[in-house]
Design a protein around this ligand. Structure first.
Ligand code: EPU
Length: 337
């Protein structure tokens, strides 16, 4: 383990923003992590997993800790279910493929989500009708205060839509080191009702889909709609879908009769931010080397060497415009650093 100086973070964030970390260390074991924290040399720490949910807007003056702890193991199983532990540095999608290869069900709808396993609980990753919390059992995290490991059960994580205790009360206090998921070994519970999954399967003439069929379908849908961060810098959804009162939604309906929504409760609905951004005229808009993606307005993109600051300004302009046009605040989903 070596602490490096003045390292470009460009290869470590999916937006591909070129900022410099004053100090940088890549960690491959829990012992390493404890050792580096015990040095107590750095008060300003940035923990990096896959770097897929952040926008870096300036050089980082402290220590960047890149969590690269690998390993997947079965910790227990019975006839129906298996408990799988994956370490934080495993790539999420590769982990999903490992589960599918082993016929372990539950994460197939979360195929191709960028990022690492350790970041998944922080924002309770979700896609196509499934969220991490649906299969989550527990995670282990190191306290930044006393460097001990603590287990967080599903209940303790307090999961919500793109939300958890790690974005609230425990924010900046722990580093997630591993995650345990409970997956099915047979009679997998398939989720095919979201969006175009069912019609896509029909098109492929697949009647009784396996978890592998679902994974392949979702990969195809995502590849069509979302830019590949290896080719065009981006952080997936830049904004969260806003939750508004039904009263406000009904008011909007009078002017925009095609505005979609998902029911949240008896009094609230969620509006797709992508729809609002598209309606506001931003979809596919390019501002030199950055802009709004042409197939999914929720995604901001870096075409080459954009500055994080410029993308942040664009996101603020979008927020302001949406507020003015629809009276709705759309909040950033990515972490602004
Ligand atoms: N829409 C538009 N224009 C757009 C994009 C979307 O009008 O440019 C409208 C359409 O009405 C569409 C609806 O929005 O039917 C929903 O779109 P989509 O199914 O693509 O889902 P989303 O709400 O835009 C969310 C997640 C995605 C996830 C998809 C699929 C959030 C913030 N985003 O997007 O997550 O892949 O559902 O489940 O909840 C991510 O977090 O990085 C991410 C990509």
């Amino acid at each position: 383990m070596q602490i490096l100086q003045n390292i470009s973070l460009k290869p470590y964030n999916s937006f591909g923003i070129d900022v410099i970390a004053k100090h940088f260390v890549s960690i491959t074991s829990i012992a390493n992590l404890k050792a580096v924290l015990s040095l107590k040399k750095h008060s300003n720490i940035l923990v990096l997993g896959g770097g897929c949910n952040m926008l870096l807007t300036k050089n980082f003056e402290g220590l960047v800790i890149h969590i690269n702890i690998k390993g997947i193991e079965i910790i227990s199983e019975n006839e129906d279910a298996v408990y799988v532990k994956a370490n934080a540095g495993e790539n999420w999608h590769e982990f999903v493929l490992w589960c599918i290869d082993n016929n372990f069900g539950g994460v197939e709808n979360l195929s191709l989500i960028p990022g690492n396993v350790g970041s998944a609980p922080i924002q309770n990753i979700g896609a196509y009708g499934v969220e991490l919390k649906d299969v989550f059992e527990s995670c282990e995290a190191m306290s930044l205060e006393n460097y001990s490991l603590k287990t967080f059960t599903k209940k303790a994580c307090n999961f919500g839509y793109r939300n958890s205790i790690f974005k609230q009360a425990a924010k900046g206090k722990y580093i997630i080191t591993s995650v345990v998921l409970k997956l099915t070994k047979k009679q997998h519970k398939l989720h095919i009702s979201y969006g175009t999954i069912a019609s896509e399967l029909e098109l492929l003439k697949i009647k009784n889909p396996s978890i592998e069929d679902i994974s392949k379908t979702i990969i195809a849908i995502r590849e069509r709609k979302l830019p590949n961060p290896k080719l065009i810098g981006n952080s997936g959804s830049f904004f969260k879908n806003p939750v508004v009162s039904k009263k406000h939604y009904n008011k909007l309906l009078k002017n925009f009769n095609d505005i979609p929504c998902y029911q949240v409760s008896d009094t609230q609905v969620k509006i797709p931010a992508g729809w609002l951004i598209e309606k506001a005229g931003f979809k596919g808009k390019r501002f030199g080397n950055y802009g709004v993606h042409e197939n999914q307005a929720l995604v901001l993109v870096n075409y080459s060497d954009a500055k994080g600051e410029a993308i942040l300004k664009l996101s603020q302009l979008i927020q302001k415009t949406i507020k003015r046009l629809f009276g709705v605040l759309i909040e950033a989903e990515v972490n602004i650093i």
